[in-house]
Design a protein around this ligand. Sequence first.
Ligand SMILES: NC(=O)c1ccc[n+]([C@@H]2O[C@H](COP(=O)([O-])OP(=O)(O)OC[C@H]3O[C@@H](n4cnc5c(N)ncnc54)[C@H](O)[C@@H]3O)[C@@H](O)[C@H]2O)c1
Length: 316
Amino acid sequence: MPSPHSTSNSTTRRRPNWSGTTRLANQPDSEPKDERAMNGTSSSDVEYRPIADLIDLSGRTAVVTGAARGIGQAICSRLAEAGATVVVADLDANAARETAEGLAGRWSADVRPFTADVTDSASVDELAEYADSIVGGLSVWVNNAGVYPTAPLADVSDADWERTLSITLDGTFYGCRAAAARMVRRSGRAGRVIINMSSLSGLRGRKNLVSYVAAKHAVTGLVRSLATELGGEGIRVVGVAPSVVDTSGMRKRRTEATPAEAARIQALEAASLAAIPLGRVGTVDDVAKAVLYLASDLSEYITGVVLPVDGGVSAS
Ligand SMILES: NC(=O)c1ccc[n+]([C@@H]2O[C@H](COP(=O)([O-])OP(=O)(O)OC[C@H]3O[C@@H](n4cnc5c(N)ncnc54)[C@H](O)[C@@H]3O)[C@@H](O)[C@H]2O)c1
């Protein structure tokens, strides 16, 4: 029986396949013979879109929370470079404006600041409504804002616990709900994806980080749960799990710590570094590149996973 993909057309015109995605009609000729033999399919079964097209986010609006500095800022930079209209959302209005201006200049891109508090669901809804009102509508939402206080269990006050859960977990939940509500309205639109910032602490236990570990495990749970719930709408939900990344937040945590806390943080960071097979801590761009991959059509069949960006820690 002939493949439903087979065609005699030899131009580079795109045509739909079963799933409604497209490929180049003349691609089979460029498929390596070995590949055909290995996968046992005829060459015409192979999807093909050029890499430049797969990674192009032009016409898509992306929101990143906690984006004024650190990992969030680096994510905004890569998304803007890939052509997205980017909304830099942060509690710190001045820093968000500076970041947006800097990235807009660097990439000649449409990068806009937005002051939002992820612990306030009304504020997150406003952010989503704003982003969705930009031409093309909301496509990519990155729940990045989070805090990572260290303390042994006995020293974690109710207020400490609530603050960590509020920013890191409630904020992520509000973001998922607000983003999904807008994305569902644009049924059929390609490229709708929610990306949650988990952590290695969202995949395994670590001492002196109880509220953070609990919150990030819940963030991992949100990814898995919502990927199954929203997949039918064509919306992907994924996460990334960095281990140790040198950011201003991490540096601030060190400088503002009491001597006892500083010793704990130093021990934690030294142990973390020693456990990294690639032998170095991560950079903000290591994480941003992984987020770009997950935000783009390069990963269009990937959902429900939390990708470790950890130099190999989680493999050991
Ligand atoms: N740095 C690491 O080693 C590391 C490792 C794993 C995961 N992560 C995660 O990556 C994310 C970013 O970490 P980072 O190190 O870049 O942080 P950071 O402290 O450098 O920056 C966090 C940003 O979030 C903003 N923010 C804080 N509370 C907010 C709120 N209520 N509403 C909106 N914005 C708010 C801050 O103003 C700041 O700009 C966090 O979720 C963190 O848990 C970081």
